[in-house]
Ligand binder design. Sequence first.
Ligand SMILES: CSC[C@H]1O[C@@H](n2cnc3c(O)ncnc32)[C@H](O)[C@@H]1O
Ligand SMILES: [Zn+2]
Length: 429
Amino acid sequence: MKRLLIENIKVITMEGDYIIPKGYIYIEDNKIVKVKEGVYEGERDNFEVIDGKGCVALPGFINCHTHIPMTLLRGYGEGLPLMRWLNEKIWPFEARLTEEDIYNGALLGIIEMIKSGTTSFVDMYFREDTIAKACRRANIRGFLGSPIIGDMWERQIDETLSLYDEFKEDDLIKIFIAPHSPYTCSFETLKKVGEIARNYKLPIHIHIAETKDEVNIIREKYNKTPFEVCKDAGLYDENKVIAAHCVYLNDDDIIMVKNYDFTVVYNPQSNMKLASGVAPIVKMMENGINVALGTDGASSNNNLNMIDEMKSASLLQKLSFNDATALSAYDTLKLATVNAAKAIGMEDKLGKIKEGFLADIILIDFNKPHLNPPTDIYSNIVYAANGSEIKTVIINGKVVLKDYKLLDIKENETILNANQSFIKVIERL
Ligand SMILES: CSC[C@H]1O[C@@H](n2cnc3c(O)ncnc32)[C@H](O)[C@@H]1O
Ligand SMILES: [Zn+2]
């Protein structure tokens, strides 16, 4: 059995607002066995010990909406709104990606995420089998959905089912079903996806109501809102749904989705960058809808940093509702941890530092000028931190980042490979 002890540590448990001012976290294999105030007094033979002095422990962040290999498209297709961005720049580039490029982009994204405190991500992209390999290489949790989009949907559903077969016993990888959106999937496709999700108990990961253009396209085709179309196709019935964006929803949509197991994933930076709009997150939360947080792909953000995203998330709601009390720092932290764990059906295993939970933990180094004085640690993490303070990252009980250094992955080589992939794709265009 592997034993890991983190001592002299302040712990933000995310169990209510319970903070342990100075204590220890004791981990056996991949589970948290003890979280306690004070000094560990048991025996110490065969232990890995981390001194957490000056650090704050937090559950690892769960990025609930990504397209991880899109790190290769960082800075590509700048300055366009969604539909032009996709049609003119992104989709032609993606059509030329090889499996190797996808692996290189995924590994680059994964190390960027680990170094900024993310320990799980919910992804939608081509070749999730390859992305799973990158997850295993880096020891990160991936909730992976192979896209269902356009006319090839029957073959794409088969792909999802074979991935499900391959990974159903996996510790780190879980397979989701991922219809791209109501504007790129037919009604028949959405119906079939709903059925498959029910039969195999696969959570659904989809984009809904991201832009006004989408709402207009759907209104013209169906005379309904995007949320109504998905409901009428039976997508929500008995299924767990994780819907990215949800910028444009009316009061009836809000009342409708709150009756289902439905999580809205707020992507503030992507929505600002593509000028898609501001999702009414405060209103959704007041109505009891679960809200989580995602970065979206690196091409519409342009990073995968959840600390950065939290700051935008909170500030944008305050500005949009003209209310400084809106989306507090603590509630914003919940979007990236507790609410995210609920979104992926892991609320009894992830999102808190709690006995019996999986050991996905990050240590934030508060010995930094910009994090002092530590008057309000929630506010310092959400508004003052920038990700560069993530000193140690533990995923599934394994230390993957220690003293700011990745233990198992060569960072420079990963960067080089991704840059070479980008150049090769451009040559193929
Ligand atoms: C078919 S895999 C996922 C697909 O989605 C594209 N994408 C990336 N960001 C967005 C977004 O904000 N809205 C809609 N689609 C998006 C990505 O480029 C892939 O083609
Ligand atoms: Zn997206």
